[in-house]
Design a protein around this ligand. Structure first.
Ligand code: 5GP
Length: 197
């Protein structure tokens, strides 16, 4: 079983689509050997976020040094807020070589860049349902100003327009159902199932 090669998975979706919750619950409930790749970012940590667990929090200089050494599989400035985010090649390759299924929780532009590099990557788009529902979720979250919510909704509209680049799309109406659906989808790629009598 340990000889099974790992797989690369991208889970994207607009801010407020619930993708982080889905990924966290997937790790708890899905029987596949899933791990999440820890990205690097120049955004400051939010309360409770841990260096090396949620992100590698880097200074702009540290980030650019890694970038110029070619250490990122993809990286970009997200939301035009001046913060950089990037997927570290090392985080991906160490997971894959250990036979893990490595999840990248990244934005749509990052997903398109990774697809260029590896068209075989399993891509899943978390669809928030309707824009009304997304707006309600962002408001209920209570972390953003009215302006920020409008900006996120605009980005969300653009991201929804790129949904067709993904192999799968899952509507997050009810979170437990969405988690179960993502897990079922991923299990279809598990060659170990074919080996069972
Ligand atoms: P947040 O600041 O809320 O943690 O994340 C903001 C956005 O950046 C989210 O859409 C998240 O998916 C995206 N993101 C996180 N890590 C990466 C990464 O390594 N690469 C790219 N392209 N986007 C990322």
């Amino acid at each position: 079983m340990s000889n099974d090669p790992g797989k690369l998975i991208i889970i994207s979706g607009p801010s407020g689509s619930g993708k982080s919750t889905i990924v966290a619950k997937l790790l708890e409930t899905c029987p596949l050997p899933l791990v999440v790749s820890v990205s690097a970012t120049t955004r400051p940590p939010r309360p409770g976020e841990v260096h090396g667990e949620h992100y590698w929090f880097l200074s702009p200089e540290e980030f650019q040094a890694k970038r110029s050494r070619g250490e990122f599989l993809e990286c970009k400035e997200v939301f035009g807020r001046g913060f950089w985010y990037g997927t570290l090649k090392e985080a991906v390759s160490s997971g894959l070589s250990a036979g893990k299924w490595v999840i990248l929780e990244i934005d749509v532009q990052g997903a398109l860049a990774v697809l260029d590099y590896d068209p075989e990557v399993i891509t899943i788009f978390i669809d928030p349902g309707s824009m009304d529902q997304l707006e309600k979720r962002l408001r209920d979250r209570g972390t953003d100003s009215q302006d920020a919510i409008q900006r996120r909704l605009q980005v969300a509209r653009e991201e929804m327009g790129l949904k067709h680049h993904y192999r799968h799309s899952v509507i997050n109406d009810r979170v437990d159902e969405a988690v179960a659906q993502v897990c079922r989808l991923l299990c279809q790629y598990d060659s170990r199932i074919d080996k069972q009598p």
